[in-house]
Design a protein around this ligand. Structure first.
Ligand code: ZN
Length: 422
């Protein structure tokens, strides 16, 4: 049914076909399918090209206007009755981790395609044009960074710099690989008004699945600070040096890591703090470690809290080092501010869920997404749906067809109402 100009009419704008969405996801997942039931479709490989080609063929069947920009982003447009109005965009990515799942990225792209197909079926016209976008290389596996193509679109990263990014073997570049697979388009990348961007994604975390809630209205994404810590003690013989005379860098590092873990529980909501890298010198079974270097990855959705965590983290490390008579060197290796999505976009997601009678909750994104870049240049929101046990970046990543269809209904409703229907 159509909606009134005021947007107050209830009921779906057009009917999403959940089976068709599922079939598209399963067909896309065949490209790069891994023996363990997942997908390995690395950015700008032949498999990525095959996935892109399949998506483009579907867009052409749906009478969408397809353009490729200079970063290889695919933009498929459904014109509105005001064709020059800024578009309402959706989309995500088709590249995956080496042993990734069927849904991370692909769901956001194919939910966008299903929105277009459903509007076509119902012959609903929108005022503003709608677009579904495939952002190149979101995962950042082959080329450092991740989400660089949406970063260029949003003006956060330079085009020439991005095209010159080397692959991890240092044998080719982003630009060369884009040309090789035939997706070095000539449309400009960014620098134009966008009415809004909505990205649908599986949560990639356990919150919605554990709560049994089908929709997450995403408030934003966590900020992140990364550090490298070097603890220096004194090497010694493991058999001859009494315990009370040791300056054991490993024991000091272990106490620090444990203290950081405890620190995470002193803030509400909890930050996530991880040490995933450790290097020991001399790394010998019968020598007391003289030096240990370890990483810290700390994330929280609120920047002010993140600053408080930073201060306490430094204090805890210093106190532990001082008590043990150890040297301490702390380097902050990166910092990324939290992303706060546009309140009107967040509300559009909640309103769509209410209209369709679907339970929702507010949620923060633990991971980074293309939407985090788009938030720099356009009103942006995200829709999360549950994935089984929160497992993602894993061949076992799974999601329920009914939840995927529900997320797509919310996406359609939010986009169509934002664009205005006639
Ligand atoms: Zn991912």
């Amino acid at each position: 049914m159509a909606v009134s100009d005021s947007g107050t009419a209830s009921g779906p704008v057009a009917a999403v076909d959940g089976d068709r969405l599922w079939a598209a996801l399963m067909e896309m997942a065949r490209i790069g399918a891994t023996p363990g039931g997942g997908v390995g479709r690395l950015a700008l490989t032949d498999l990525d090209r095959d996935g892109r080609d399949l998506f483009v063929s579907w867009c052409q069947e749906a009478s969408l206007e397809v353009r490729i920009d200079r970063m290889g982003n695919i933009r498929a447009r459904r014109p509105g009755t005001k064709p020059d109005a800024p578009p309402v965009m959706t989309g995500s990515h088709l590249d995956t981790q080496p042993l990734g799942g069927k849904f991370d990225g692909a769901y956001g792209v194919l939910a966008g395609l299903e929105v277009m197909r459903a509007l076509n079926d119902a012959a609903v016209e929108t005022r503003a044009p709608l677009e579904v976008v495939v952002w190149s290389d979101e995962e950042g596996v082959r080329f450092a960074g991740g989400a660089m193509a949406s970063a260029v679109f949003a003006g956060r990263f330079g085009l020439d710099q991005a095209l010159a990014l080397p692959d991890r073997e240092g044998t080719t570049t982003f630009g060369e690989e884009l040309a090789r697979i035939g997706y070095d388009g000539d449309a400009p990348c960014g620098g134009e008004p966008v009415s809004a961007f909505f990205e649908a994604q599986i949560e990639q975390g356990p919150v919605l699945d554990a709560a049994g809630t089908p929709i997450g209205a995403v408030l934003g994404a966590q900020g992140q600070r990364c550090y490298l810590v070097t603890v220096t003690g004194e090497e010694g013989h493991a058999g001859t040096l009494p315990m009370d005379l040791r300056r054991d860098a490993m024991v000091g590092a272990a106490r620090m890591i444990d203290a950081l873990n405890g620190l995470a529980f002193e803030f509400e909501p909890n930050p996530v703090i991880t040490t995933g890298y450790l290097a020991v010198r001399p790394n010998s079974r019968n020598t007391i470690p003289g030096q240990v270097t370890f990483s810290i990855d700390a994330r929280h959705p609120d920047d002010a809290t993140m600053t408080a965590i930073d201060a306490q983290l430094r204090a805890v490390l210093k106190k532990t080092a001082d008590q043990a008579g150890l040297g301490l060197e702390l380097t902050q290796t990166s910092a990324r501010d939290a992303v706060v999505f546009d309140p009107a976009c967040v509300q559009a997601v909640r309103d769509a869920a209410d209209r369709l009678g679907v339970a929702w909750r507010d949620i923060h994104s633990g991971a980074g997404h293309d939407a985090c870049n788009l938030a720099l240049c356009a009103p942006t929101g995200m829709i999360f749906v549950p994935c089984d046990d929160g497992i993602s970046h894993n061949e076992r990543e799974a999601a329920r067809p009914e939840n995927l269809a529900t997320g797509c209904r919310i996406l359609l409703d939010a986009m169509a109402r934002w664009a205005g229907t006639v």
